[in-house]
Design a protein around this ligand. Structure first.
Ligand code: SF4
Length: 342
């Protein structure tokens, strides 16, 4: 038995036409069911005969992801708990606004990077997700969006559980299907991959000429503080990251944002803001997102006060930094940035 999503279009055509004796038209119908209509059961391929559905089920399988539970926030954000076929759990989030329906999805079960402000980091790393498990999160959230809003998902962020660049091959393969015109067909410009900052892999993205956007979770523009917060900084310091971001930009001309979560009395002083401006000047960055911190269970940080946030943003704006404050969504259901844990 083969996982049907692991088979390329050419190989699938070959099997359906030459081994199963079906027409080219049927092969295309089956491909559309898998990648356009995103079914994950052969009996749902309703324009195929029962005997063909049964014949497919004898040769192939889907590595299914299912929605185990969902929670809706007062602000409309929905957190999905997905169950993998080997009984692990991951989380994804739908953030609906009037004009955008954005899914935030996971790339790993748990995470090895232990960022101090993050609930996922406390779980440790269980395993990487396969490309079809990454893809299916998008397909399943999209089905919910179609049901509720009558439209398709518009945007995608890889900011859920895990570090996408430590599951590079599977993440890129999933994005390939998400963007392919004969599959999910989302524009790569509507996809943002967020990384804690692995310089070598940021350069690799440049070499691979990716067309999606990149977000660097910066959170401190000073190596001592950043290493305290994100141990990955010890081997990927700010200078190395700036070089990698410049390389990425040279190769792709892609949009880069910096993510900066304000933590009370840790990275929210005037000096911190000035250091951030200094770092911003060294990288080809379009925007800095200042993010409200969401407290986590047994966490050591608190969010900065509104006054401190305003002072911090004011310093950046005065220096002509393109800055935006990102208010958290889904806080009441622990679906906000850094809160995902199962
Ligand atoms: S913030 Fe991202 S990279 Fe850091 S521990 Fe959490 S999931 Fe991992």
């Amino acid at each position: 038995m083969k996982n049907i999503r692991e088979i390329s279009k050419a190989d699938l055509n070959d099997i359906i036409i030459n081994e199963m004796g079906e027409s080219k038209y049927r092969a295309q119908q089956i491909y559309d069911w898998i990648w356009k209509k995103n079914v994950s059961r052969f009996e749902d391929m309703t324009n195929l005969s029962k005997s063909l559905q049964a014949a497919l089920a004898l040769r192939f399988f889907f590595r299914n992801l299912s929605i185990d539970s969902m929670q809706e926030s007062v602000d409309g954000t929905v957190k999905y708990k997905f169950k993998t076929s080997d009984q692990h759990f991951i989380e994804g989030v739908l953030i609906p606004t009037e004009h955008r329906k954005t899914a935030c999805i996971s790339s790993q079960i748990g995470c090895s990077l232990s960022c101090k402000f993050c609930a996922t980091g406390k779980m440790g790393h269980i395993r990487n997700l396969h490309f079809d498990e990454i893809y299916e999160q998008v397909a399943l959230i999209n089905k919910e969006v179609e049901k509720k809003y009558g439209c398709k998902l518009t945007n995608l962020v890889l900011m859920g559980m895990g570090e996408p660049l430590l599951n590079y091959k599977e993440v890129l393969k999933a994005i390939n299907y998400i963007t392919q015109p004969d599959a999910f067909a989302m524009s790569p410009r509507r996809i943002t991959l967020s990384t804690a900052g692995i310089a070598k892999m940021i350069k690799q993205l440049g070499d691979d000429q990716v067309r999606f956007k990149l977000a660097l979770s910066l959170h401190a523009a000073n190596d001592v503080k950043r290493s305290q917060l994100m141990p990955i900084n010890e081997h990927n310091n700010l200078k190395t990251l700036a070089t990698a971001l410049n390389y990425f930009y040279q190769q792709t001309k892609g949009e880069i944002t910096l993510e900066y979560t304000l933590l009370q009395n840790f990275n929210d002083t005037v000096k911190d803001a000035e250091e951030l401006v200094k770092f911003y000047r060294t990288v080809p960055v379009d925007l800095i997102n200042i993010i409200e911190y969401n407290t986590i269970k047994n966490g050591i940080f608190q969010p900065s006060s509104e006054d401190t946030l305003e002072r911090f943003v004011g310093i950046l704006s005065k220096q002509q930094v393109n800055v935006r404050v990102r208010r958290s969504r889904g806080k009441d259901i622990a679906a906000a940035c850094g809160q995902l844990v199962v």
